[in-house]
Design a protein around this ligand. Structure first.
Ligand code: 5RP
Length: 232
């Protein structure tokens, strides 16, 4: 028998801890990614056991929707609800002010809509996602409508960014988002003002949304592997 991968177990523990924060009779934003997938699984298990009742989920991606259905979580849309009580979502970088870079799974546009609407937004990460400054290790994902790709790339270069079109598995073609758009990953030497950069990027015509999330995370649950053992 092979030992369980401690990183995987740690992600599972973080997802489980976030799922435990969901209360009965609530509307839950369901994030995207490998860590949130565990939260979705455990919300489903709590529902199945009867410990949790009358919740409804708002998925942030096709991936989240498929998982929620698999684990028996009833779903709704933003047209049918007045608010979201709690959202659980992953991140690619988190700074000391709880600002985030998201979009490693190309889902940041819907994630931003759902996560910002939530009364409480729980971020689930492993300790490797913590950075002193956003952009230290991860590029900023920018969703762009396909016909605007060239002018958007040029505008980003003028801002000092190094844009790269995100390619899919085996580089067979570009990654296509749930909205039918493409993603540019933009490296910046320095992001001194994430609040401003978020607005500036979104002001470029043809940009739908970028992966900088500021002033929205309430709680960050951090998983670590200490002495080979996962902990939250
Ligand atoms: C998807 C995201 C994810 O939440 C982010 O990439 C983190 O994913 P993971 O938990 O798999 O590391 O923003 O667009």
């Amino acid at each position: 028998m092979t030992a369980a991968d401690p990183v995987k177990v740690m992600k599972e523990e973080v997802g489980k801890a976030a799922a435990a924060l969901v209360k009965s009779n609530s509307v839950v934003g369901l994030g995207t990614g490998s860590t949130t997938a565990y939260a979705i699984q455990y919300i489903g298990e709590r529902l199945k056991s009867g410990e949790l009742k009358d919740i409804v989920g708002v998925p942030t991606s096709f991936q989240a929707e498929v998982l929620a259905k698999q684990y028996g979580i009833p779903l709704t849309t933003l047209d049918a609800i007045a608010h979201i009580d709690i959202a659980i979502d992953g991140a690619d970088e988190v700074d000391p002010q709880k600002n985030l870079i998201k979009g490693g799974g190309a889902a940041h546009t819907r994630e931003k809509v759902v996560d910002y609407l939530a009364n409480q937004f729980i971020v689930v990460i492993d300790a490797g996602k913590l950075v002193d400054k956003l952009g230290s290790s991860f590029a900023v994902p920018v969703e762009v409508i396909p016909m605007a790709m060239t002018p958007v790339m040029n505008a980003i270069k003028k801002l000092g960014g190094k844009p790269e079109l995100r390619m899919g598995v085996r580089k067979a073609g570009p990654v296509i988002t749930d909205q039918g758009n493409m993603v540019i990953d933009v490296r910046f030497d320095d992001i001194p003002d994430p609040v401003n950069l978020e607005k500036t990027l979104n002001n470029i015509p043809g940009v739908l949304e970028n992966g900088i999330f500021v002033n929205c995370a309430d709680i960050v649950l951090i998983g670590e592997v200490i002495d080979g053992k996962p902990s939250v």
